[in-house]
Design a protein around this ligand. Structure first.
Ligand code: PEP
Ligand code: MG
Length: 537
């Protein structure tokens, strides 16, 4: 038996088979024994890749612009690079499968480009890797990397936001990652999915883990590989107790969230995609207080169209059956990077070109979002909020843009409803000028993950700084109080949608401050409702 520690991001017990996720060690088809056959497969895959890239090129050119499309043009040229083709051919002749050869040569060429001094050539590293992965994926039958035959525990070094969105979520019982912080998007996803998970786990990521029996104890922050029978039995008991506790919480399903003295609180849920609505219903949330719409942009090759976004929002509205939905506009940048945005590498991405800064400077990215949101509002209660606000001027620009979109839709005879406009308060600047901001909007939602990061000047993603990242810091709490007071002074409501909203040790503080809404992981709603209903505040 191997036992190790990690930092728990969600409680609970998971027992299952370990699946090692290693994007650099895909499981490739074996060499078929015939060099010509492998070479032919490679040539065919190269042609399919060319067609795919051509289609993507045309779509990007049409919908985004020539400059962005040129990235794909470069990749198409790389398909004919003689050095690359000769190297793949030589590997196949040495007995490598076409998929393995394409994958390895792509990685090696990418490393060579990355080491060059010339900035342009350096930047091509990602293109050659992308182009080669496309061929590999085609050769692996369209499976990009990872599949799980049965439900199990996913073990990885780390997972980028775009990797997490491509995982077979319905099969994952728990996450265990060697890196990552409690605020990383894998952690956020684990909380949405209501599954026990560990980050910063002390674990050797050797191939031998794959297929072993594993237990994750999210209560204690411990995992076991090939557990001894006594441990297995103990954990099964613990799992049964957790499910009894869950059963007990069922009495709060459908109940009003109200303290003994009659103070009400709205309890909403945070989600990332239409698939997550099932957790909202399971968790009995009263609505969605934060739909992180950037998740709809991750794990794809090109921008979602207005229609793609509208379909996603329309589905969520429909499945929520009248419960309110707050959609946050795109918050890409910082830790959530997407190649097709073509964003330049930045020294300080968390302080860089992200969130509303992208929308306010690239109308072609903002427009489809706002049109889709307004169109979805014709089918149920929809509000919108904007991330990373720092000034009243930004809000005025946003409101002008929204008015323009409404006008456009009216002219086109397209229906839309009343959409409340809110902002995320997640920068100290926004908190400090919240009285002025409150005059301009219908509600505030406090993003405590970023508010803590920016107030304390501590990178929320840096695992080493976990000890210093203290959302209970008096400065953060003082800002939280200031925000809700300013909201109420101007007659608007205020909620909290950062992770702190689910912290039961602060529930009474938030009630005393007067917060109107908490938007938390769906699996936390019943527990919080119990806390609030039992509260003396
Ligand atoms: C936050 O910053 O608290 C928040 C809710 O947004 P995100 O975690 O997506 O940055
Ligand atoms: Mg944020």
């Amino acid at each position: 038996m191997i036992q190790g520690k990690g930092v728990s991001v969600f409680s609970g017990i998971a027992i299952g088979t370990a699946y090692l996720y290693n994007p650099n060690q895909q499981h490739f088809p074996d060499f078929c024994g015939d060099v010509q056959q492998e070479q032919k497969q490679f040539d065919n895959a190269r042609e399919t890749a060319r067609q795919q890239l051509q289609e993507l090129f045309e779509k990007t050119q049409r919908e985004i612009g020539q400059e962005e499309a040129m990235i794909l043009d470069v990749q198409m040229m790389m398909l004919d690079d003689l050095d690359y083709l000769e190297e793949v051919q030589s590997r196949i002749q040495q007995g490598c499968s076409a998929a393995r050869a394409a994958f390895d040569v792509g990685n090696e060429f990418s490393d060579t480009f990355a080491a060059m001094d010339d900035e342009y050539m350096k930047a091509r590293a990602v293109d050659v890797k992308d182009m080669s992965r496309r061929i590999t994926t085609i050769l692996c039958g369209g499976q990009s990397g990872f599949s799980m035959e049965q439900p199990g525990i996913l073990v990885a070094n780390d997972l980028s936001p775009s990797e997490t969105v491509q995982l077979p979520k319905d099969k994952i019982l728990a996450f265990v990652t060697k890196q990552g912080s409690t605020n990383s998007h894998t952690a956020i996803l684990a909380r949405i999915m209501n599954i026990p998970s560990l980050v910063q786990a002390e674990i050797d990521l050797t191939e031998s883990i794959h297929g072993q029996q594993m237990i994750v104890d999210g209560f204690e922050g411990v995992y076991y590989l090939q557990p001894e029978p006594e441990i297995l039995q103990k954990m099964q008991q613990k799992q049964a107790q957790a499910s009894q506790h869950q059963q007990m919480l069922e009495q709060y399903r459908g109940k009003a969230t109200i303290t003994k003295k009659g103070q009400k609180m709205k309890l909403f849920a945070n989600i990332g995609s239409p698939e997550d609505v099932k957790y909202v219903i399971q968790g009995d949330a009263e609505g969605v207080g934060l739909l992180r719409s950037e998740f709809l942009y991750l794990g794809r090759d090109s921008f979602p169209t207005e229609e793609d976004l509208f379909c996603a929002y329309r589905t969520v509205v429909g499945e929520l059956g009248g419960r309110p939905l707050v959609i946050r506009t795109l918050d890409i940048g910082a830790d959530k990077q997407v190649d097709y945005f073509g964003l330049e590498k930045e020294e300080n991405p968390a302080l860089g070109y992200r969130g509303i800064r992208i929308c306010l400077t690239q109308e072609e990215i903002f427009r489809p979002q706002m049109r889709a949101i307004y169109r979805a509002s014709a089918f149920g209660p929809v509000s919108v909020m904007f991330p990373m606000i720092i000034s009243v001027e930004e809000v005025i620009k946003i409101k002008e843009f929204c008015a323009k979109i409404q006008q456009e839709l009216s002219n086109e005879g397209i229906a839309f409803g009343d959409v409340e406009l809110g902002i995320m308060i997640e920068t100290p600047a926004a908190a400090i000028i919240s009285r002025d901001l409150a005059k301009e909007v219908d509600f505030f939602s406090v993003g405590t993950n970023d508010l803590t990061q920016y107030t304390l000047a501590i990178d929320r993603q840096n695992a080493k700084l976990g000890k210093f990242y203290d959302p209970h810091h008096p400065a953060v709490l003082a800002l939280l109080k200031m925000i809700v007071d300013n909201a109420h002074a101007e007659g608007i409501w205020a909620g909290i949608c950062g992770e702190l909203g689910a912290d039961p040790t602060l529930t009474e503080t938030f009630l005393a401050m007067g917060y109107d809404e908490l938007s938390v992981s769906p699996g936390k709603v019943l527990e919080l409702r119990k806390t609030i209903c039992e509260s003396e505040v």
